[in-house]
Design a binder for this molecule. Structure first.
Ligand code: 48F
Length: 260
């Protein structure tokens, strides 16, 4: 059998179209493929929910890859190490700090592969630029190709319906920020608006990132670092236990909200 170039192209187009078609009506759309979103998506997909994730960059993994200032390790606390084990990611207890050291590349690739293997559909190079809002409830996302978005080309976006949408966009808190700017809405925050991220205080930040994992508006949830921007938490630097636990908490909230 001769290898035909057009068969390669045709297979790619068909597979991509099928994958995208299956996501048009998702249980949950997670915006941003950082650690918190990957953990939440993975747990929920394993339980049978249809999870779609959009990542604006080429590589999923968010703020993991560069470790701390480009030094190639990140740290995880004892409380979250079970999640690392669940993903089969290698770790090592650091003798003096009692923290667990993980190679950032193993951490990013392990979380990404774990999520994909669990059934999360990740689409990279797709930017979520707005939300679908219906009768006082977030009902989906508005997506465009990242290059279209970056170049401000006048090309209309497409939409994906979801029973719940998650802002897992990290420091940017893109989804909540855009939603709050464009609509006269009162968010479930102390000011009704995103409060803004504070400076660095690791202990407080790690706790708050979990407790502030919430539904911020009907149908719209926040997890990971975007909780700091939305609820006024501190930043924490290259310690990731809070991100993992935030993802886990989000999965529990969504399971409760969506039912089986
Ligand atoms: O920032 P990020 O890794 O999210 P996270 O789960 O984790 C935060 C940590 O990495 C780190 C930290 C831990 O100590 O402080 O920062 O909260 O990943 C967020 C992802 O969202 C993507 C972005 O490219 C990144 O990969 N993203 C941001 N805005 C959009 C988006 C958007 N509008 N559409 C699609 N993806």
């Amino acid at each position: 059998m001769g290898l035909r170039e057009k068969d390669v192209t045709s297979a790619i187009i068909n597979c991509h179209t099928r994958a995208l078609n299956n996501c048009l009506s998702s249980d949950v759309v997670i915006v941003g493929a950082g650690p918190s979103g990957l953990v939440a998506g993975s747990i929920l997909a394993k339980k049978g929910y249809r999870i779609t994730m959009f990542e604006k960059r080429l590589a999923p993994g968010g703020g993991i890859w560069g470790g701390g200032m480009g030094f190639k390790f990140i740290m995880v606390q004892e409380e979250a190490i079970e999640i690392v084990k669940d993903f089969g990611i290698p770790y090592e207890r650091h003798d003096t700090s009692g923290l667990y050291a993980i190679d950032a590349i193993a951490f990013a690739s392990g979380l990404i592969f774990g999520a994909v293997r669990s059934g999360v559909q990740i689409f990279n190079l797709v930017t979520v630029e707005d939300l679908v809002v219906r009768q006082g409830r977030v009902a989906g996302v508005v997506i465009n190709n990242t290059f279209v978005h970056m170049n401000h080309f006048p090309i209309d976006p497409l939409t994906i319906e979801a029973r719940a949408v998650v802002d897992a966009t990290g420091h940017d808190h893109d989804v909540v920020r855009i939603f709050s700017q464009k609509n006269d809405v009162e968010l479930n925050t102390p000011t009704g608006k995103p409060v803004g991220e504070r400076s660095l205080f690791a202990e407080s930040a790690e706790e708050a990132v979990v407790t502030n994992t919430k539904e911020v508006y009907p149908g719209l949830y926040v997890c990971g670092m975007s909780t700091a921007a939305v609820y006024g938490g501190y930043r924490m630097g290259p310690i990731f236990g809070g991100m993992l636990l935030s993802g886990k908490r989000l999965s529990m909230l969504l399971e409760e909200a969506l039912g089986s």
